[in-house]
Design a protein. Structure first.
Length: 242
């Protein structure tokens, strides 16, 4: 008797783990509850982990790239410095383990005004649910960069509330037409006050080389675009046979 041919189904599943969240924008910045919530040393124990956050006390920025942590703090002179991550605790952090990536070359400039939409569209075209938060990475040249390193108080909130920050809480701020580096971010639609600031669908940091000493600094991106030649990386969907 001839065996029946069974249908072959192809399923698509994301090669990403559940999002890791500690604190929220509203809680840590709006309500000033910015005590320690998680040790960076514990976060980087997870393999292939990527994420962004703020140091306890809003005393600096944290970026994790493939389970390697980078921390930048501002000194008394307003200068950003690379800090050891070993004993740092985060008051705000969001990240995800990503085992495999889909790489998307940027073949034409992407302006800051459409960067959120661009990332969402690229994700949807590749089967990711853009209504759910996910981590992304961008390597290469960024344009129209505006970033800060937090130093005890959020400059975005201060501008929104028309407050003047004391000198002891002045952030480091940088604007540059072009800046090469690695963006690590979380795309999160309709998550203002939780995972993102108001007016954006992403919480992203830029890791870049400091010109003065060759070390790596990281800052919170308030605005950026992409130049031709950059590469967007999205969590890869793996084909599984059933």
């Amino acid at each position: 008797m001839k065996a029946l041919a069974l249908p072959l189904f192809i399923l698509m599943t994301a090669a990403v783990a559940q999002l890791v969240e500690h604190g929220s924008m509203h809680e840590t910045i709006g309500n000033q509850k910015h005590g320690p919530r998680v040790a960076v040393a514990d976060l980087i124990q997870q393999p292939h982990f990527f994420g962004v956050g703020a140091v306890s006390g809003l005393a600096g920025e944290i970026t994790i790239v493939d389970s390697k942590a980078f921390v930048t703090k501002v000194d008394a002179n307003g200068v950003p410095n690379e800090a050891a991550a070993a004993d740092v605790e985060a008051t705000l952090f969001v990240g995800q383990t990503v085992a495999s990536w889909t790489e998307i070359p940027i073949n034409e400039p992407i302006s800051p005004d459409v960067i959120d939409t661009f990332i969402a569209n690229q994700a949807s075209e590749r089967g990711l649910d853009s209504s759910e938060p996910f981590v992304f990475v961008i390597n290469g040249p960024c344009t129209h960069v505006k970033l800060h390193v937090i130093n005890g108080a959020c400059p975005v909130r201060a501008r929104m509330m028309e407050e003047t920050l004391p000198s002891s809480q002045k952030p480091y701020e940088l604007e540059s037409e072009t800046l090469e580096g690695t963006v690590v971010g979380v795309y999160a639609k309709d998550a203002a006050g939780k995972l993102t600031h108001h007016g954006t669908s992403q919480h992203a940091h830029l890791l870049y080389q400091a010109r003065q000493d060759g070390g790596s600094l990281t800052g919170h991106l308030e605005r950026y675009g992409l130049a031709k030649g950059a590469v967007l990386k999205l969590p890869k969907l793996l084909r599984q046979r059933d």
